[in-house]
Structures are given as C-alpha cells and as structure tokens.
Design a protein around this ligand. Structure first.
Ligand SMILES: C[S@@+](CC[C@H](N)C(=O)[O-])C[C@H]1O[C@@H](n2cnc3c(N)ncnc32)[C@H](O)[C@@H]1O
Length: 244
C-alpha cells in the first residue's frame, strides 16, 4: 500500500489529516436513458457497463448475499421468516465479483467503494473478489443497528462496511472528514425494508470522500437509502436496482 504520510512544510511533524480534498471529478456525459437522482429500474451490471471509466469518486455496493440466508437458515425461510429477504434476487459469488470489477473500472483514481458485508464473508474472506482490480481494503466500519436480530449463538446487532480504495491509495487530500467513528450507532425506523442501510452514516462517508455536486453511484440500491443520503449532503445520485 502507498505511504499515507508525507512531510509537512516548515519542519512540522508529518500528518495524515487534511480537511480539504484535492481531487476533482472529471466531467460526465450521461447516456440518454439515465437520469440523476432517480430510482432507475435496471440490472446493475448493465448500468455499470454504460458508465465511463475512471470517473466516479465513490460507489456504494450492498450485494444481496446468498450466504446469509444459508448460514442463518432455520428451515422456514421465505414462509415464516425472512419473507422479504428471500423474495429478493440473491447474488452469486461470480455476480459479486463482476460488480466489483465493473466498479473498479468506473472509479476515478483514489476513489472509494463502500462495500456492505455480512459477518460470514468478513470472516471467511473476500479477497478473491478484489483479484485483478486496483482495489484494496483501507478501513472497516461497524454499524450498530440498535436492535437485536436472530442468531444460533450470539444475536446479531451489527453489520459491517468495508472501505476499499483504488490506487493510488492515500487519505490526505482525499478523505476530508476525521470525526467518523469506526463503530456507528444508528437505528433504521421500524417497518423499513429489511436490508435498508443507515442514511446518516452513508451521508457522513459521502461527505468525507466527495465534493458538493459530485456524483455517487449505487448499482443495487434497494430502498435507495444512498439517494436520500446524497440529497441531504448536496451530492448527485446515480443508481439503480433490478427491482426499481
Ligand atoms: C441488500 S439490498 C440493497 C439495500 C440498500 N443498500 C438499501 O439501503 O436499501 C440488495 C439489492 O440488490 C438488488 N439486486 C439483486 N441483483 C441485482 C442486479 N443484478 N442488479 C441490480 N440490483 C440487483 C436487489 O433487488 C436488492 O434490492
């Protein structure tokens, strides 16, 4: 990984912190059938294939993990339990790899992917998804959901977000907010979609790695929580879900 420190002027000690972002997103021309700040109904891989390379400062990716249903299976999935989750199109390992390679292609240098991940993939490994990309893990945030869920042993109360960065990897001049804790407590309102992710956390991360009016992409957007985060933070959303 590239060194994340550099010498300060006037002999000051080296610092990794900077409140400014020195990266500028390239100009973007959108395909005619895409629109900003809308809930596009599209296959995410097809959507990504139409985007220009080396352009976007940040992408969110929240795959529909097949493994989670299998690991947490009580035998009555889709009937008494997990009805909403079971109805969604599950992604295979090959599909997730294809998404990550496409995201790598469209990200600008030093861009970030915020990859939501369940604890099973986190522990068993996901490095094969990053093979043949310029992406590497640079951080991890745990989301404390505030409510207790299911589990054979411990009961689940958290989810995880892996922070990937494309080369050249550096924080200074790229990541400009330095008050985001790596354990984040935020409760999603009762009755929200089962897979919905926290808007405030995603908004803070967006603010850290983009400038106002930069474009944030999400190719499997579910309830479009990232769209809401973008609108709150004066950023532009471009994303889709296969279910619309
Ligand atoms: C875990 S959910 C995303 C939740 C979202 N982050 C939120 O906060 O609401 C995953 C989504 O991927 C969608 N999906 C599955 N296969 C897809 C594909 N090939 N292209 C686009 N979306 C897909 C599912 O419809 C589902 O809404």
């Amino acid at each position: 990984m590239a060194a994340e420190t550099q010498d300060e002027p006037d002999g000051a000690p080296p610092s990794v912190f900077s409140p400014v972002r020195d990266l500028v997103m390239p100009a973007l021309e959108l395909p005619a059938h895409f629109a900003f700040n809308e809930r596009l109904k599209l296959d995410g891989l097809e959507f990504l294939a139409h985007l220009p390379e080396q352009t976007f400062p940040v992408a969110f990716f929240d795959p529909q993990y097949r493994g989670l249903l299998d690991k947490m299976s009580y035998g009555n999935e889709g009937r008494n339990r997990n009805r909403g989750r079971s109805a969604l199109l599950q992604m295979t390992d090959e599909t997730i790899t294809a998404f990550i390679r496409s995201l790598d292609r469209v990200l600008m240098p030093s861009g970030h992917v915020f990859l939501w991940m369940d604890k099973f993939h986190l522990c068993e490994g996901f490095s094969h998804w990053l093979a043949d990309t310029k992406l590497a893990v640079v951080d991890l945030v745990t989301w404390d959901k505030g409510r207790i869920g299911m589990g054979y042993r411990t009961r689940r109360k958290s989810e995880h977000l892996v922070v990937l960065q494309k080369t050249p990897r550096r924080a200074k001049g790229v990541w400009k907010l330095h008050d985001i804790p790596d354990v984040w407590a935020e409760t999603v309102p009762r009755g929200a979609e089962t897979h919905r992710k926290p808007v405030e956390l995603q908004g803070a991360l967006i603010a850290a790695v983009t400038n106002p009016r930069d474009v944030v992409i999400d190719p499997a957007a579910g309830s479009f929580s990232v769209l809401e985060a973008c609108l709150q933070r004066n950023r532009v959303f471009l994303g889709c879900d296969i279910e619309g």
